[in-house]
Design a protein around this ligand. Sequence first.
Ligand SMILES: Nc1ncnc2c1ncn2[C@@H]1O[C@H](COP(=O)(O)OP(=O)(O)OP(=O)(O)O)[C@@H](O)[C@H]1O
Ligand SMILES: [Mg+2]
Length: 334
Amino acid sequence: MAIVVVTGTGTEVGKTVATAAVAAASLAQGLSVAVLKPAQTGVAEGEPGDAAEVARLAGEVTAVELARYPEPLAPATAAARSGRPPVTPQDIAEAAAKLSAVHDVVLVEGAGGLLVRYDEQGSTLADAAALMHAGVLLVASPALGTLNTTALTAEAMRSRGITCLGLILGRWSGAAGLAERCNLTDLPAVAGVPLLGALPEAAAARPPAEFRARAPQWLAPQLGGVWDAAAFVRAYGLPADRAAGGAAGGPGAAPAGVPDGVPAGGADGVPGVADAAPAGGADGAPAGFAGAPAEAAAPGVPDLPQAPVEQAASAVDAPAAGDPGVSQQPPVAG
Ligand SMILES: Nc1ncnc2c1ncn2[C@@H]1O[C@H](COP(=O)(O)OP(=O)(O)OP(=O)(O)O)[C@@H](O)[C@H]1O
Ligand SMILES: [Mg+2]
């Protein structure tokens, strides 16, 4: 039903782990999920690729690769060097359409960043996203150096008429420094899209059962989770005045008393939208970003299909209950 492309500001930013989290949150809502990795590079035959990693972490997903090239290079280059045919945007769109006919959610993970080439004509994941009219999730690092690549990627999408659904921070450290904390407001501002999630640093190392149980706490309601961007920014960001030295607790010290996964917009905030059509307003968008421009939250954020609220709520309640130490943590499971 819904085809969502997952790209990143570059390689190794956490696209696969973010894809797994979105898949897990969708599965927890009772939705069927397929993961499509159009071109897997840098992995030998027989070894698990990104789609398999998503299945390992998230559970029962249909994992599909269209092509595999052993050298760790951009798909076009790796394909040319391997002598095998490249994957074209048409191939990607066709495969995604087939999967979407029999799954509620199809997640398409690119290779590297948005404009990495897939074939000798210079086709990119952006071409595939445009062809599929798919929304794109942009996974970004929260660390120093991320603002430029995030802004450029968002601008490249806008200039092509591609909808960027929002940002996911691929790896958020509990010991976030000044740059990370400032970036919580600067990233959505430069990208012009909302923050839709933050994955804790050790997410991929967790046992799969725990990963699945926690995933909804790392993702905003638009992605089937209960993560509250505003609460997260309040917990980790800097005060609005941004005065040097004005950061309560100093870098890395999260204010106490912010409960894990704070479902302020949580169960109640899970929209009952059953398809990926644009919400047509700010209804489902995380509100209240300190310092983010009004337009960041203004565009309708197309939602993934949503299961009935009862299901979403139970998926959310489970991991938080009886989780030692979690209640004192900021709103991402540490
Ligand atoms: N939140 C996280 N917790 C733990 N490990 C992580 C996290 N995010 C990423 N990693 C690790 O960092 C590495 C790169 O992450 P990942 O594979 O998700 O990046 P990617 O953007 O998908 O890269 P590629 O461009 O190769 O597809 C992996 O070994 C992954 O397990
Ligand atoms: Mg990957």
